[in-house]
Unconditional design. Structure first.
Lengths: 437, 490
């Protein structure tokens, strides 16, 4: 095949320049960054001819690169954090980030809940912390260009270690407060040791009107008999292009429950790479996207059942209004030895307007013969019969629609275990629906 | 749940080393010079006595093909094909156009006898009730050797003949439709086919005519080191109906042979085309040596309103299958259906599925696909269902199940579902559990277990489709239908 890849778009050229300029100032080992960037640069930004990015053509969508954000001053950080909206109650341990940089002063290191350790990533990278060896646990992520970009540019983040049962939820609060567009690259490494349990909340917010480009990666290594609940909320600014990745490596006899809720950003792509590495584990991975106008929301998922006797459930709900585009690409992989796997993947989309688009691609890749795997995908508008039923009982049409959509989204949200977080998500869904009228 | 013993036994019966049609026929052949060049294309065109426009069309396709790259997105792997190391034309010698069966080489007739394909009309009449008659077009390597019942079909106004003959006799008709469903530039293999296609069938059903008998084409690859490039064009004019069947076999050899066909179907207003395939090319031996590369482009265009195109396929042969019979649902109210059973064994690789493109209003489509993988084979379903902006009230139901026998094989599902219209309703199911609750309830109420009821309903449904196949073709298919649905993996 002819090598046509040498052609660079202006964005790709800008990325090369940005990396050359930044690599010396970024913390930690330059070598490994350069390696990650070189792998990325070989193929450049993924485009529609790259199967995994068929429906989210980053080469076309990223017309320019915003300058990478610098660490904000203490007062700027405090001002930005004051602007974030509350989510999920006040009980949580607050771990805030402004413009992609960890706000160290906001965390009382001497009063952390028992079983929680926090190490700022920038310092860890600079000093070569021992936990760094556990970064990048999932092969699927390493092959991914968005992940490679994060590996090249990651400027800050935290490493968390959880031992035993931690009752207090941990809230990773991201705020991009800059008035002009900035790019950020954060990396979170969470080590949940054998037998531990924890609830992780993640919220991402940003200023409206600026085309921010956050790229954040959460890597979660959960050991045997762990119990992890994870809630991620995208409430980015209305011009934001948000790329995010969750890489999970799950041990045996463990339970993992995650939801990603998209209620913001102009373009978003959330990728989940989950590897079920020990027997008898269960993973519930859900997603809810509420999009309108010209928004584009992509949920991409790979679940590899690398051990036998595991169960995975994936439930993704997308509500599309205006000319928005929803994308779901899911893949369950069952290798030869993963017998008795039970995997079920479902993607359902509601098109509320004439101009919306939904692209579904639920894949199965199965090599073991004694397994149960199923996938389903539906796409359509609200059921006329149900609408009629509600309207016949005196509800105005808008109200009836709202109720039905809420019930539709609720099916995915109800898996959230933390009550405050669940209520918060339901309220966000209600607000989104009210704003339609 | 693992596959039950009965299923395993039945799949074993059609395993690769049980291939029954692997014999060779010794006939003196005339071939084009080896390799592919403009001269070879001129040679083929001259052999077929084609008009100038056809040659130009072929040469245009060839020029285009030189600029194309072989597609590599399918989940199949094979050694690079050397397109200059095969013959593009092979026909029995002294045999420009046989006037009657008596002129056909007796060796060839024996071949068809061995394959169980009736070429003599009186024999068919003697043995079978008239309603089961089948008109056959027999294609031997690059040449159509016999077409039966031509005269009787002509009485009904039906044109059924080798495409090379149609190009000479009905050039306007061919020119009007050829390449309108699968354009010359469609894909690598279709473009190659456009440049070098040798024979295949041409069918035209006039308005309002219900074709009085089943039409069929039987493809046989015999000669070593040749590729078969057939081209079939079926046009059902307004309000007409035709059922067309296709069968194929090849000798057992260590080499891989290329089969790159193009099939185009055109259904005008209220017309219906049923296209059925029993694909049984030589699949290679159990170690993966030899076998046919089946790289086929099949597409139907529901051009008129309320037209119907149905694809039914039973796939058991070929070393590699790369085949996506599709429907373009252009006419308002048109319907596309795809029923497929793909069984892979040994080292076979199957990447097959369908595309349903909803362009018109109130269009409906249904996809039922069952993949069964055994041995060390790979079986992939790849399908696309899309609704364009104007396809209001489009409706699709897809059900694809796979079954694995042993843990050396793989079954994969790659569906693409793209909707740009809010009133379009698409459902993709991968389990058999979501059959109509009413039917299930009805059966269960009469004492059947849920599994039995499900199997009964689904089997009954598939059987219903395959009953449209005539006896000769149904035998192979019936074996597969009885395969239990237990142990499906979605």
């Amino acid at each position: 095949m002819a090598q046509l890849t040498l052609m660079r778009t202006p964005t790709e050229t800008a990325l090369v320049q940005a990396f050359d300029a930044a690599k010396a100032t970024l913390p930690g080992d330059v070598e490994s960054r350069a390696k990650a960037f070189e792998i990325f640069n070989r193929n450049g930004l993924p485009h529609r001819r790259v199967e995994e990015f068929k429906y989210t053509d980053l080469r076309a969508l990223m017309r320019e690169i915003a300058p990478f954000a610098v660490k904000p001053s203490a007062s700027d950080a405090a001002a930005a954090l004051a602007k974030t909206t509350a989510f999920a109650g006040t009980e949580a341990l607050d771990v805030p980030f402004v413009n992609g940089h960890f706000v160290r002063d906001a965390v009382k290191f001497d009063a952390l809940p028992e079983g929680v350790e926090i190490v700022p990533l920038a310092e860890a990278l600079a000093s070569g912390h021992e936990w760094l060896a556990r970064l990048s646990p999932v092969a699927w992520a390493k092959d991914n260009p968005v992940y490679q970009l994060n590996s090249s540019f990651m400027a800050d983040g935290v490493m968390l270690r959880i031992v035993g049962a931690v009752e207090t939820p941990i809230h990773l609060r991201f705020m991009t407060g800059s008035e002009t567009a900035v790019a950020t690259a954060t990396r979170i490494l969470i080590l949940v040791e054998d037998g531990a349990s924890v609830t992780l909340l993640e919220s991402h917010e940003g200023t409206n009107g600026a085309a921010h480009q956050p790229n954040d990666v959460v890597e979660l290594i959960a050991g045997d008999r762990t119990n992890v609940h994870h809630v991620r909320l995208n409430r980015e600014g209305d011009q934001t292009l948000a790329l995010s990745t969750l890489a999970l490596k799950l041990g045996g006899d463990a339970y993992f429950n995650s939801i990603n809720v998209v209620a913001g950003s102009s373009i978003s792509r959330h990728q989940v790479f989950a590897m079920l590495n020990g027997e008898n584990s269960k993973a519930q991975i859900n997603g809810v996207s509420m999009i309108k106008g010209g928004q584009h929301a992509d949920s991409t998922l790979i679940v590899e059942h690398a051990a036998p006797h595991c169960e995975s459930r994936e439930l993704f709900k997308t509500v599309i209004d205006g000319e928005a585009t929803g994308v779901f690409q899911g893949k369950i992989i069952v290798p030869h030895h993963a017998q008795k796997t039970d995997g079920r993947m479902m993607s359902a989309a509601l098109l509320l307007s004439e101009g919306g688009t939904m692209n579904n691609k639920p894949e199965l890749e199965i090599f073991a013969d004694d397994v149960q795997c199923a996938h389903g995908a539906t796409c359509g508008q609200l059921d006329d019969d149900l609408l009629f039923y509600l309207m016949a009982r005196g509800l105005p049409r808008m109200e009836a629609e709202r109720l039905l959509v809420q019930a539709f989204l609720g099916e995915a949200i109800e898996f959230v275990d933390n009550e405050a977080a669940r209520d918060g998500l339901i309220a966000i869904a209600e607000d989104w629906l009210k704003a339609r009228v | 749940m693992p596959a039950v013993q009965e299923t395993i036994d039945q799949v074993r019966l059609i395993d690769v080393d049980q291939y029954k049609y692997g014999f060779e026929t010794d006939v003196e052949m005339e071939k084009a010079p080896k390799g592919l060049s403009e001269d070879v294309i001129r040679f083929i065109s001259a052999k077929k006595g084609e008009p100038e426009w056809m040659l130009e069309w072929r040469l245009g396709a060839y020029k285009r093909w030189l600029t194309l790259k072989e597609p590599n997105w399918a989940r199949v792997s094979y050694d690079k094909i050397d397109y200059n190391d095969m013959y593009y034309y092979a026909g029995p010698k002294n045999f420009p156009s046989p006037k009657s069966l008596d002129e056909v080489d007796p060796e060839i007739l024996k071949t068809y006898e061995k394959l169980g394909i009736p070429l003599r009309e009186q024999e068919i009449l003697a043995g079978v009730e008239p309603k089961n008659r089948v008109a056959v077009d027999a294609v031997f390597d690059s040449v159509s050797v016999a077409t039966t019942f031509k005269a009787e079909l002509a009485k009904a106004g039906v044109i059924f003949m080798p495409i090379s003959e149609a190009i000479r006799e009905y050039p306007d008709l061919v020119r009007q439709y050829l390449g309108t469903v699968v354009p010359v530039t469609d894909n690598f293999f279709a473009t190659l086919n456009s440049a070098v296609f040798t024979d295949g069938s041409f069918v035209y059903i006039p308005p309002g005519v219900r074709c009085p008998m089943e039409l069929s084409t039987y493809f046989r690859i015999n000669e070593k080191n040749t590729g078969q490039f057939e081209r079939t064009l079926i046009i059902a004019d307004k309000g007409s109906y035709v059922s067309y069947l296709e069968g194929c076999t090849a000798p057992m050899r260590d080499e891989n042979q290329l089969h790159a066909a193009v099939v185009e179907l055109i259904a005008l207003d209220d017309a219906e085309i049923k296209y059925s395939t029993v694909q049984n090319w030589y699949p290679g031996d159990s170690e993966g040596r030899g076998g046919i590369y089946n790289f086929v482009t099949k597409r139907g265009d529901c051009r008129g309103k309320n037209s119907i195109i149905t694809w039914t396929q039973v796939e058991t042969g070929s070393a590699i299958t790369w085949k996506y019979p599709s429907c373009i649902l252009r006419g308002d109210g048109s319907r596309g259906e795809f029923y497929s059973i793909a069984v892979s064994n040994g080292m076979q690789q199957v990447d097959s599925g369908t595309k349903m493109l909803h362009l018109g209003k109130n269009t409906t489509s249904r996809i039922i696909s069952k993949g069964i993988a055994a041995g060390r084979s790979e079986n992939t379903y790849r399908g696309l269902v899309s609704a364009h902006r104007k396809a209001s009230n489009a409706r699709n139901f897809t059900n694809c199940d796979s079954l694995l026998i042993g843990n050396q094989c793989g079954a994969h599902t790659v569906p693409y579902i793209e909707s740009k219209n809010a009133t379009a309703v698409f459902e993709h199911e991968a389990t058999t559990s979501k059959i109509s609750e009413d039917q299930l309830f009805y059966c269960q109420q009469r004492g059947l277990s849920a599994e039995e009821a499900t199997a009964l309903i689904v089997n009954g449904f598939v059987k219903d489709v395959l009953q449209h196949l005539p006896m000769e073709f149904a035998v192979e298919a019936q074996k597969l239908i009885s395969i239990s649905l237990e142990g499906s993996v979605g």
